[in-house]
Each structure stands twice: as structure tokens, then as C-alpha cells.
Write a protein that binds this ligand. Sequence first.
Ligand code: ZN
Length: 435
Amino acid sequence: MAVSRFLRFKPSKSPAEIDRVLRYLIRHARRNVEGYRCVLDEAGASPANIHGVDDLSRLPIVSKETLFRRVPLRHTLHRLANPSRCVRVGTSGSTGLPLNVFMSRGEALYRRLLVFRSWQRLSSFRFPLSVADVGSWVEDEAPMSIQHRGIVTVVRISIALPVERQIELLRRHRPQIISGYPTALSILAEAPQGGSDLSSLRLVATRGEVLSEETRKTLEASFGCRVADYYNCEEIGNIAWECPKDSEVLHINTDGCVVEIVDSRGHPVRDGEEGRVIVTNLYNCTMPFIRYDLGDQGVMISSRRDRCACGSQHPRMAVLSGRDDDYVHLPDQRKVSPRLVATAVNRAFSGESPLGGFDRHFRRFQVVQDALDHLTIRIVPEAERLSDFHEVIAPALRRLHPGLHCSIEVVDDLPLEPSGKFKKVISSIRRPDTS
Ligand SMILES: [Zn+2]
């Protein structure tokens, strides 16, 4: 058992080692994580029957709805974990449900290592390495923060900053890698100064949203370097990286997770058939994710034994939908990333949830822009919490622009589209530009 405990941190795992880690993780979760004990017991699933990846389909699928919203946050963590000593990352995800992910320092370090290795597969870097992470960080106190991790410096730049300021920070810190949402990076690329003068840059790594061919071309032209897409989520870190030879294909990061594609009944589908993307985290014992539904649609591209044209033997997949929201335009015509608006709504209540778990005020939300100065926020509230949503959300949106107003529509449900997709930010206005 002790060997398996550390085997999860091995950077290049063989199939037999992945099976061994899986057996350890599932037994460990059954024994130490109350939420998983209930889920497995309810389904009559026994860890003793799981010998490896091929047996995974005997376990129930969990999701934010079925596990992480249903049970107290404490019961989704290892019984001995101390949340205040854990590394915590927040996610809003593509389904509109916020969740905080907890991990030990060792787990967080391994997660970062896997992300770095996935960047290395597309480009080469010199040390010391500077990475600019352009994202929806908590912007009120720290619009920009710098974290030194030995020979790697990560500069976190908030997408809430004015575009000119974001570009100025990029120039000052001369990153070799810029990581961010396609919508947010594309806004930087389209600015007059754009990505010019960033000669240090080796890779633009997009994540979190669908990267369209048009956006890829815009980013390549502006930043003058390789643009590659990464299938990442906070629950796992890097799930898959873009094949260096074929931008339509992603290679699965089998050192960090197991990916399955399943049908509506949760059964695995054949290669080439579309289905829901289910992931199992291979290293997080603090807050396990076992057969976790990400809410995306995907497809496996070929047999796992095939060697790809790029030389990789990692399984190949494509993500078909689940992460394509619309841009929002502010009253001054400025175009902003849908992530900025979704984060503002998510965080409007964050001061009220000390453990940072699910915000118990609402279950799901959707933002619809119906005028240049108006958004309608559709909210499925928690049954027991009918807050005055307008009072909390309106000031959060006014921080984006003082002339931005909103109405709240409380609804019973926000169903997924037939494709399994859920669009969290929709724009129904005629756009000031065509992009
Ligand atoms: Zn490849």
C-alpha cells in the first residue's frame, strides 16, 4: 500500500502502474472519504472488484450535482485533512456550478509539474522561466501577483484589469509562456499594441474554453509564436494537451487522470463515438474525483495502442462541446471575456462561505446579455435560500462598468441542451463588431 501511495506521483506511469494507483485511490476513498463511502455503498459497488482501468465502469459516476452539492464539503475531503492547511483552487466550471478543490502541498506540486510537462511537449524553454497566467483571479486587492517557485516565476494577471495594463504587465515580465482563456487572450491580441514586443514568448497555451480556428489565427498573428490548446480543469489540472502534429487532436495526460467517454447510461462508448467526458484524478487523495462528470462532450480518436504521428503513445481524444460561451459587451462598447462576467456572479456571494465550498445560495446560473447596458441573470436557487440576489449581484456587475444593470430571473431549472452542452453566458444583442 505504501508504494502505491507514492506511485501516484510518478511522472511516467505504465498501464500496470496506473491500475495499481487506481486500486489504491478507490480503496483509500472508500475508507477515508465519507461522501464516497455513501456513493459506493448506495450503488452496491465494492472497491474489491476494481482491478484497474477496465473495471472502472462498475463504479457510479459522480458530478457536482450528485456528490459535491449533495453532501457537506467536509464529507468530500479525507477525514484527516485540515482544509485551512490545504492548497485550494476555485472553479466555476462549464456547468455554472462553483466548487473549490482542495489538495495537499505535495499533490499541488505534482499537479503543477504535470501542467509544466504538458507545455514542454509543445515547445522548449530556458530557465529561469517566467509564465504569465491571465485569468479570473480575485482582483480587488491584487490585480497582479508574482509567485516564485524556485526557477519558475508565475505572474498572475487579472482579466479584470484594463487591456492596456495587462499588456504593460506582459511586456514588463517578459514571459516565455502565456496561459489563459481564448476569449481573454484574443481581446489582448486585438488591442492596438497587441502582442508586439513580446520577443521572449515561446508558447501561448489556451485553456478553459473552445479554441476556434479563427481565434487561433488571431493569437498566432499577434503573439508571433506557437498557440496550443490544453484541456484543463481545476479538478484535475491538465487532462490533455494538443497533439504537436494535429491541432484537432488532444493527447490524454495519463499520469494525472483516466479519461472515459460514456453514453447517457454511463456505459463506455466505442472509439469514434461521441459521449460525456468522465475523469478520474490519479493523484488527489485529499479530495478524490473518481468517475467525475465534467459536463463536456468528447470522443476517443483511436485505439490506445496506436502511436501518433507526433510519436506519442498517449491516448487521443477530442473535446466536442461544453465550453463555448459568448463575449459580453460593456456599455462603453468594450468586449470582455465571458469568464470575467461569470466570475463576478460567482464571487458576489463568496464572502459568505467561509469554507469556500458550494455557495449554498444558488445551484446554477446563466447570464444573458439582452442590451448593451443590461444582463439578465437566471438563477436556480437552493430551496432553503431565497436571498435577495439583485442586492448582491448588481453591485458586483457595476464594478465591471458603472452603467451595467441587471435583472434577476429565479427559475426552477436550467436544463442542458440536447447535446449535453450548457451555455453559461449568452449574448442576444447585435454586436458592435463582428468578432
Ligand atoms: Zn500526436
